[in-house]
Design a protein around this ligand. Sequence first.
Ligand SMILES: Cc1cc2nc3c(=O)[nH]c(=O)nc-3n(C[C@H](O)[C@H](O)[C@H](O)COP(=O)(O)OP(=O)(O)OC[C@H]3O[C@@H](n4cnc5c(N)ncnc54)[C@H](O)[C@@H]3O)c2cc1C
Length: 304
Amino acid sequence: MNIDIIKDECKRQGISRIIKYDEPLNNHTSLRIGGSADIFCSPNNIEDLKKVVFISKEHNMPFRVMGNGTNLLILDGGIRGLVINLNKDFKKIEFSDKIIKVGAGVSLALLSKMALDRELSGLEFACAIPGALGGAIINNASFKGECMADVVQNVTFLTRENRIEKISKSNLNFNYRECNLKSESVIILEATLMLKKGNKEEIESKIKQNIEIRKTSQPLDKFSAGSIFKNPPGYYAGELIEKVGAKGLTRGKAEVSTRHANFIVNNGGASARDILYLIEEIEKRVTKNFGIKLEREIEIWGEP
Ligand SMILES: Cc1cc2nc3c(=O)[nH]c(=O)nc-3n(C[C@H](O)[C@H](O)[C@H](O)COP(=O)(O)OP(=O)(O)OC[C@H]3O[C@@H](n4cnc5c(N)ncnc54)[C@H](O)[C@@H]3O)c2cc1C
């Protein structure tokens, strides 16, 4: 991949203003860790996004889509290729009674707050999940038994071939932290959600309760990427991690949280290598003690 050729092509297509080169990704992730992306682009509308995907295809340049970067560990060597982060037009919300059309870049916390203002119920669970809609659909984000699958009616996305397509609820396959769109590597543009008419006090009280549960059980005052591992069937990953004595384990400035053992926190200046060391140490210990292979919930991107 020749960056100079890509630069020229971006100029020719009139999209230079949305492109940054050698962009540090630590500022774009909740762990505040990560090397630089060769190219980082923030398309404001579908036309710009299509141009970016076209260039990427023409020049054989791989791309990844990043939402709020709250489920990612970006390695210290950064990312060769392109990272796309949807902006502006992708941050629109349109309410029509109980139906909401939401751009993929809208943060779940804002969405939950706006639903509350309109006395709509169904997104209380999302009030404190720090991701944006696209990532939340891809991961079927959930809290306390409620999840994105409960509210999503259809999803509009851009294929790698630059075609806009729409998929409806009946063809969406959601599971624990999974959605079939993930394996198809599409770019989610927007989704339609269906909520229920609710009572404002009840919605507000549920939101407050959810925030309270999080404050007491999660290290929200520290940089993290949420839960590192999925819960294996019949177990809580956090409990297994505690039982193998890994709670509080440190490596450099990275630490297995003393508040929630399934969180690894960056105490300031941790490297991806530190975090990865702790992840692998936990995996080894849990396999050795319980014969269970923990599955990673966070995604690891980039080069060491
Ligand atoms: C403190 C904390 C608490 C958390 N609590 C929860 C919780 O309770 N429940 C829960 O489920 N998660 C939780 N998470 C994890 C995380 O917030 C969710 O997984 C969230 O949905 C990720 O969204 P994001 O925008 O940050 O996605 P990113 O981390 O940026 O990306 C995640 C995945 O989504 C893909 N993606 C993002 N946007 C798009 C798009 N537009 N089109 C296609 N693919 C896309 C990325 O390519 C990547 O594969 C927590 C994280 C933190 C830091």
